[in-house]
Design a protein around this ligand. Structure first.
Ligand SMILES: Cc1cc2nc3c(=O)[nH]c(=O)nc-3n(C[C@H](O)[C@H](O)[C@H](O)COP(=O)(O)O)c2cc1C
Length: 367
């Protein structure tokens, strides 16, 4: 039977499934519950030194439902900030979780202002709790960029490199830099993070969005006192974009370990992230919608997939599909070559581009 265990940057995960930073890791009590149910690790809700500056609003979530299927949420918007709980409380809880669950990987997500001393302080005090790793939130798309934090840092490769450098001056545990997808080429800041000394890359954070406009009130959602701001989009709708960004980062940064996320809800979703270069995967919105218990299905499903396809360990899957990308010119050349090879085939079997498009769209646009 396939082994789901994987060692990444010296951290030993029982399985590659982590809960992503957000509501699933909002305090020590729920983090312990997730470990008791079998999650391989968790990235806690992002913490900062001064919680008094973090002021959340309500409502702060908006859902996009599948057409005609009110029960199915395909996209999820949030305008939630990082944790508004005191740093000192977090330090106590992180230490307590590690005492009770020494074998589950606990990663602290941290965010600070653009000051070397602030990053030194948050890393030194957080790692003193015994946590296994640190994730740098350089990617929160809403609210915090107004304070030059989060995505405001992650969108500037020079700052990414500098901040990762500051962190590595004092970090004694592995450091993953979490990337923003709200940028043209995610490989650019990811390479900067690696130059700064990061051990790995987490991707993606949420994609800036407006989930919809209420046609009765004419107000965009989620509506706070009649107004809103663009928020972060997550859930299954973002998965194809996340897969593309993970692939780009994996190809550009072959030395980086990658923790991939964005719309993972099933073992099959997770396997695709692994095949495109992720070493672990994170689930945030999926767990908010389905509950922590989904871990059982994720582990069983990945195990069956690996057994069926003959993969003995998770590492064997990592990046297996990466070689199968090419430029458009490369695809044209490959197709021309294939056509030459098949030149002898009968007309009935021959592939025509009209036939391909008809099969893909179920509509004969080309007639
Ligand atoms: C309500 C909510 C709150 C989040 N808060 C954080 C956060 O505090 N820090 C962070 O790095 N990412 C945060 N995220 C982003 C997720 O960790 C993840 O990167 C993103 O949602 C994509 O994964 P998913 O589709 O599995 O949710 C949050 C996401 C949601 C939905």
């Amino acid at each position: 039977m396939a082994s789901l265990a994987i060692e990444v940057n010296g951290m030993r995960f029982k399985n590659p499934f982590l809960l992503g930073s957000g509501p699933p890791g909002t305090n020590g009590k729920v983090i312990k519950r997730s470990f008791s149910l079998g999650w391989g690790g968790i990235v806690c809700k992002t913490i900062s030194l001064d919680n008094s500056k973090v002021v959340n609003v309500a409502p702060r979530y908006g859902k996009l439902h599948a057409r005609g299927h009110k029960d199915e949420v395909i996209g999820f918007q949030n305008i939630e900030l990082i944790s508004d709980r005191p740093f000192a409380t977090w330090l106590e809880e992180l230490a307590d979780i590690k005492r009770e669950y020494p074998d589950h990987m606990l990663i602290a997500s941290v965010m600070e202002e653009y000051r070397r001393d602030a990053w030194h302080e948050i890393i030194e005090r957080t790692q003193a709790t015994g946590i296994d790793g640190i994730e740098l939130n350089l990617s929160c798309p809403h609210g915090l960029p107004e304070r030059k934090m989060g995505a405001a840092m992650g969108q500037d490769p020079q700052i990414v490199e500098e901040v990762c450098g500051w962190v590595k001056e004092v970090a004694k545990v592995p450091v993953w830099a979490k990337m923003t997808p709200n940028i043209t080429d995610p490989a650019v800041p990811a390479m900067a993070a690696m130059r700064g000394g990061a051990d790995g890359i987490s991707a993606i954070n949420t994609i800036l969005c407006i989930v919809g406009v209420n046609l009765e009130t004419l107000r965009p959602m989620p509506t706070v006192e009649g107004y809103t701001e663009p928020g972060g989009y997550s859930g299954q709708a973002v998965r194809p974009i996340a897969l593309r960004q993970v692939m780009q980062i994996a190809r550009a940064c072959p030395k980086a370990t990658i923790s991939g996320m964005g719309g993972i809800e099933t073992a099959e979703d997770a396997a695709q992230f692994l095949l495109l270069g992720s070493h672990t995967v994170q689930v945030c919105t999926g767990a908010m919608l389905q509950g922590y218990e989904m871990i059982e299905g994720l582990c069983n499903g990945l195990s069956s997939f690996m057994d069926r396809r003959g993969f003995a360990s998770v590492r064997d899957l990592v990046g297996k599909s990466l070689p199968y990308f090419d430029t458009h010119a490369g695809l044209v050349a490959r197709q021309a070559e294939a056509k030459r090879e098949h030149a002898g085939r009968s007309d009935r079997d021959a592939h025509t581009w009209k036939g391909d498009i008809a099969r893909e769209t179920k509509t004969l646009f080309t007639e």
